[in-house]
Design a protein around this ligand. Structure first.
Ligand code: BDR
Ligand code: CA
Length: 311
């Protein structure tokens, strides 16, 4: 393993699962130290199980999987079963995992790894930010062990849970706030970008045409995923949110973005989870994140198809 050290924090979830496959298919780029899971798209017992099923599908038994927080910091858990199905990964016949769940709590794993890191670690955050926020609260020095944090979350335009808010930031806005205020080297990939990366029938068929177990499972997972999202937002297919995080780490040139000031609304009943972002940088609104604005969808699907073909 020679790639950059990486921990993925996620709530699989169909698009999380495809993001995991992309990372698991890229040992040249990533030394994947572990996968931490959180309650989000489905409850924690399912997200940790689904992460292990995806490792089994990829035949990567070397990657430890941890269960983290079972609920957001303050609000009760809201799941996204209408988008991802009751199990979180409906639609594909996935193998039972032989990989056991690690006994250590996901937050303890994050803290131990980041404090002991011989070289700073990259974090890819694909779900509500509860695990990282709790780790940062327990141990503010963690930032020293972090190279960069890339999150999928937020929206500069309309949300996908409420008119104001995107799912990951809506579910745990307090955690998102802790993370954006922690002074990290942070990149944020909001809905405005992931809605440019949609799964057309042709792109889905390209996965099926790989003729491998991973290709077939990916196509099957995408069969019904996110139809409701596509219809509601007038998209040509379901948006592939979380794989954008891994694609960005692999090929940042597929994206553009710029420094912005990012803030999270935690309290308002109408605007809970709203990401308030501005590129107008002032003393009151200094840059605290790179916010991505565009993505090259053809290049991302080509990267995905080429990489998944290796599994
Ligand atoms: C985000 O919410 C979840 O449903 C997806 O997995 C993604 O992380 C998109 O709003
Ligand atoms: Ca997710």
């Amino acid at each position: 393993m020679t790639g950059r050290p990486l921990i993925i924090d996620c709530d699989p979830g169909v698009d999380d699962a495809i993001a995991l496959l992309l990372a698991l298919a890229s040992p040249d780029a990533f030394d994947l130290l572990g996968i931490t899971t959180v309650a989000g798209n489905v409850p924690l017992p399912l997200t940790q199980y689904n992460a292990r099923r995806i490792c089994q599908l990829a035949q990567r038994w070397d990657v430890p999987v941890f269960a983290g927080c079972p609920r957001p910091m303050i609000y009760p858990l809201l799941t996204a079963k209408p988008i991802h199905g009751i199990t979180g990964l409906d639609g594909a016949a996935l193998p039972e995992p032989s990989l056991p769940l690690q006994a250590q709590h996901g937050v303890a794993f994050l803290i131990n790894q980041l404090l002991a890191a011989p070289e700073p670690i990259t974090l890819a955050c694909l779900g509500p930010l509860t695990n990282l926020a709790i780790a940062l609260i327990q141990c503010p020095d963690l930032a020293l062990g972090i190279d960069q944090v890339v999150i999928m979350g937020g929206s500069l335009g309309p949300g996908n849970v409420t008119p104001s808010a995107e799912f990951n930031c809506y579910v745990d806005p307090h955690a998102a706030r802790v993370v954006v205020e922690a002074g990290l080297n942070l990149t944020c990939i909001p809905l405005d970008v992931t809605h440019q990366v949609v799964t057309t029938p042709e792109r889905r068929m390209a996965f099926a045409a790989l003729g491998t177990a991973v290709g077939q499972a990916t196509a099957a997972l995408l069969q019904d995923y996110g139809q409701r999202d596509a219809e509601r937002h007038g998209l040509a297919g379901s948006p592939l949110h979380d794989p954008c995080v891994i694609a960005y780490l692999l090929e940042p040139a597929l994206f553009t973005g710029r420094p912005m000031h990012l803030a999270i609304e935690t309290e308002s009943s109408l605007c809970r989870g709203r990401t308030v972002a501005t590129p107008d940088l002032t003393e009151l609104t200094p840059a605290n994140a790179t916010v991505l604005e565009t993505a090259q969808a053809d290049g991302i699907y080509q990267l995905l198809t080429e990489r998944l073909a290796k599994l």
